[in-house]
Write a protein that binds this ligand. Structure first.
Ligand SMILES: NC(=O)c1ccc[n+]([C@@H]2O[C@H](COP(=O)([O-])OP(=O)(O)OC[C@H]3O[C@@H](n4cnc5c(N)ncnc54)[C@H](OP(=O)(O)O)[C@@H]3O)[C@@H](O)[C@H]2O)c1
Length: 332
């Protein structure tokens, strides 16, 4: 006969084993573009919320992520068949409008052909797919845009993303398309987002900086979009009818000039060297003036969060503030 203390110990061990067994996540998510600005946030969001998560990247993949060239259909098939995800969040894309204009074939292959292939493979194993798209599918002449408004992209980037939407929904009618506007968040370098890239000019007080004050933008924090992707995937597990086009966006309208002034204000830096440029930009790919997205479909579902721009930039730009000591003496 074992002493009571030993029995209690065995009972406690069994209890622990049971807990481990039940806490193993039985939901698997595959994140493409997990090395990119949005993908990093999406990977983190799923991982921290009990999803068994695999991220893939390409040039920056090692050592944290799987290295997969998504332009190789065999490699796409292999990762999806091997991991058998319940949800695929497809963030990889060529998203720089000027690069798209100069490299149309490469952009079309990545944004359209690859997306179609990911959709086909996801449909085959019954995985939910979120294809991240852009507000640049609209021309900006009649904002705000609802999910079923007629797209009319002005530049090649927008055209390939729209074509990507169509091929995704053709190959996987149960997929979701999530359109988002200008993104910012934790960056590996300031140039990674066209919002955070303004901070270099903001900090260079000795040089006059002319900044666009024509295009209306709705800067959106990547953590907010990541939250939407996770919530939508979880809702989909409960309700298989969820599919189609969705919009998510921050709700603070500002031009790049206004974003730069806000950054200066947040860090108590001078802004009198920043100058607004009110005309349509003459160089680069054509951009729509105001592509505000109506997000009521997700809002009605109770999905989404919005980080105030001041809070978001303070967090993500702090590491790049040159004169931290000066700011500390100002604030304390
Ligand atoms: N950024 C914005 O302001 C914005 C606005 C609206 C919509 N969006 C959409 O949001 C999504 C995410 O954008 P993002 O800003 O996060 O993009 P990003 O930072 O430029 O990241 C692009 C990702 O695609 C991956 N990739 C590129 N070529 C690949 C290939 N051949 N095989 C595998 N992976 C490849 C890159 O991997 P490596 O770097 O490891 O090679 C990287 O992870 C895109 O669909 C974009 O259209 C972005």
């Amino acid at each position: 006969m074992l002493p009571k203390r030993v029995w209690l110990g065995i009972e406690w061990l069994l209890h622990l084993l049971l807990q481990v067994e039940t806490s193993v996540p039985d939901r698997r998510a595959l994140i493409t573009g997990a090395t990119g600005l949005l993908g990093r946030a999406v990977y983190k969001e799923f991982l921290e919320n009990d999803w068994d998560t695999v991220g893939c990247g390409y040039k920056r993949a090692r050592p944290k992520f799987e290295k997969v060239n998504l332009m190789d259909p065999g490699a796409v098939r292999q990762i999806i068949q091997d991991f058998k995800p319940h949800a695929v969040i497809h963030c990889a894309a060529e998203r720089r409008p000027d690069v798209a204009e100069n490299q149309p074939e490469y952009t079309s292959q990545l944004n359209v052909t690859t997306s179609g292939c990911i959709a086909k493979e996801s449909a085959e194993i019954g995985a939910f797919l979120i294809y991240v798209s852009t507000n640049y599918v609209f021309d900006g002449s009649h904002p705000p845009y609802r999910e079923n408004d007629t797209p009319n992209p002005l530049n090649l980037y927008g055209k390939t993303k729209l074509e990507g939407e169509r091929v995704v929904l053709q190959n996987h009618p149960g997929a979701a398309v999530l359109r988002v506007p200008l993104l910012y968040g934790n960056v590996e370098k300031l140039e990674e987002s066209s919002a955070t890239s303004l901070f270099g000019k903001v900090q260079c007080h000795s040089t006059v900086a002319c900044i666009d004050h024509w295009q209306q933008q709705y800067p959106t924090h990547v953590a907010d979009v990541a939250r939407v992707c996770r919530q939508l995937s979880e809702r989909r597990i409960q309700d298989p009818a969820i599919h189609g086009v969705f919009h998510w966006s921050g709700n603070e309208r500002m031009t790049k000039y206004e974003m730069a002034c806000t950054m200066a204000d947040v860090f108590n830096l001078p802004s009198n060297h920043l100058r607004p440029v009110t005309g349509r930009p003459a160089v680069g790919a054509a951009r729509p003036q105001d592509v505000q997205l109506n997000c009521s479909r997700l809002e009605r579902m109770g999905i989404g969060q919005r980080t105030p721009f001041r809070v978001g930039v303070q967090r993500c730009l702090w590491p790049y503030l040159l004169d931290k000591q000066w700011r500390q003496t100002v604030f304390h």
